[in-house]
Design a protein around this ligand. Sequence first.
Ligand code: SF4
Ligand code: SF4
Length: 630
Amino acid sequence: MIATTLSTIVIAMLAAGLLLALVQARRWRAGRAAEVDFVAGLKALPRRYLVDVHEVVARNSFNSRFHALTAGGFLASLVLIVALALPPLRHGAVWALLSLALAAMLAGGLMVGWRRRVERPAELSGGRFSRLPFALLAYAAAFLTVALDQTAGGLLPGWLALALVLVGAWGCAELVLGVWKGPLKHAVHGALHLVAHPRPLRFRDGAGRDSAIRPLDLEAPKLGTERPVDFDWNRLLGFDACVQCGRCETACPAYAAGLPLNPKKLIQDLVTALDEEGSDRSYAGHGHPGRPLGGVHGGPAEPVIGPMVHPDTLWACTTCRACVQECPMMIEHVDAVIDLRRFQTLELGATPGKAAGVLEELRATDNPGGRPLSRRLDWAVDLDLPVLAGKGGCDVLLWLGDGAFELRTQRSLRALVRLLRRAGVDFAVLGAEELDCGDVARRLGDEATFQDLARRNVTTLRRYRFDRIVTADPHALHTLRNEYRPFGLDVPVVHHTAFLLDLLREGLLKAETRLSDSVTYHDPCYLGRYNGEIDAPRALLDAIGLTRVEMERSGLRSSCCGGGGGAPLTDVAGERRIPDVRMDHARATGAATVAVACPNCALMLEGVVGPRPQVAEIAELVLAATEPRP
Ligand code: SF4
Ligand code: SF4
């Protein structure tokens, strides 16, 4: 009798869960059609769950242990309880196995209880989420007692066994509701999202890192995303896979600086908007800094930007991908931000702050500062830079970027040019033929200007012979390497730190003077997270003898300097400035110098006032180390 009751309850709950999942699926199907290779996604699912998701969860070993115990025990218990529906399987061995599975789940549930009720990290949501430990413990403890009793031959009085089954049934129902709209969403929505992921190549079973913004069809009737239903259906599914773990919130530099953006809340706003007359009244996590909770409302066919999401939230993002890097459900926050920005910029012309003027300059003069391209080499008049148009071909095309118009960047470019000369590299520049690469236009949502610049730059580049492009600007590197491919560019693009390291290793540059200062290295988001390049700059600093100390956040988990995504142009106000927060991380190391490898990072960090480490571009440090001894 107990076995039949138990298996009937669990089968009924599973059926209810399936029904609720179908109800949810109707919400995602309201989105735009998208091509999804379901067969490949299903085949890849175990690996994506057990390798890619696990890799993120395992960054906290306590979390990964309780996930394994709870999920493993729960799934095994479901299989065993369903098996008990068959009378021939109702014997002691199956009950004993069930006891083992439930004991593992109980241990995991206690750990979940510790984390959610005792430790209580601020980034976790409350409400329905804080009931999770009780549901896990009710299910595991009640059914474990019953299973042990059945293993021992059924010693408990019938009424007590039944009461325990009812307690377990409540836990089970709560868990099913958690799968539908709560902390266990990753079980169904998460799995489906991993199957139908909009960027299948980002997983280890694909090509690996996939961080390029996708081109927009500029002939489409509507440019960008205005309403939730304008997202592809599998993006809506992706948002709905969010389990409000708050890892993105903790990683977000805009949130840390008190700008009105919390990536977790942004994703929840998009989920909320899938409901007719959706509102954030039942949201039980941190909101966007400075914005009250409870007033947000919208629906699937209502504009997202407006009563649902304040425009400042959209423009506060630096597109640094820290949120994406930390999300265990592999949600693509930045893609959503860019899609929404595209509608604001291309359809409404609502780009805020200095950004609108900069985009106008860019369209008129092909560089964001509005300076004549013929003056790109003014800073190097004494260096007599070889220009590709005069040379016809070279080994290395040095892409200067718009930093060539900035005093600070000119200093590090001069150091780089001297190093190339010292190593005897056959290089040239494009000079006036180099247009802005379009990075800032694309991040600000102006896809039309980006595509125009990309096509014209690619046409120029294809006229010349060179083996590779070297640049000191990670934004240009990412754009030329990854985002120009659909426009016909397919040449190696190398960051100057990797190139200088090769020159040192080949003996073409020699570290003559060992620098003795301590240094901490700030990873540029577009080099580290976007392109996975975190080793070469460090190896370079080590090679020239500097004592390197790491900041609290470094490598792929580094924090942004605030300079990406057009953020310095949209300039949304917060409690602090993002570079000030980042400089705090650098100060805490006690290093004398922060080494940077990006013109934006140099500008942002040098703008920090007060006592702080000095800021040096890596090329400047390498130049100092390779100066011949007096
Ligand atoms: S990309 Fe960076 S700034 Fe934007 S939401 Fe994610 S973490 Fe925050
Ligand atoms: S978006 Fe991802 S990281 Fe952020 S709360 Fe949701 S699941 Fe966690």
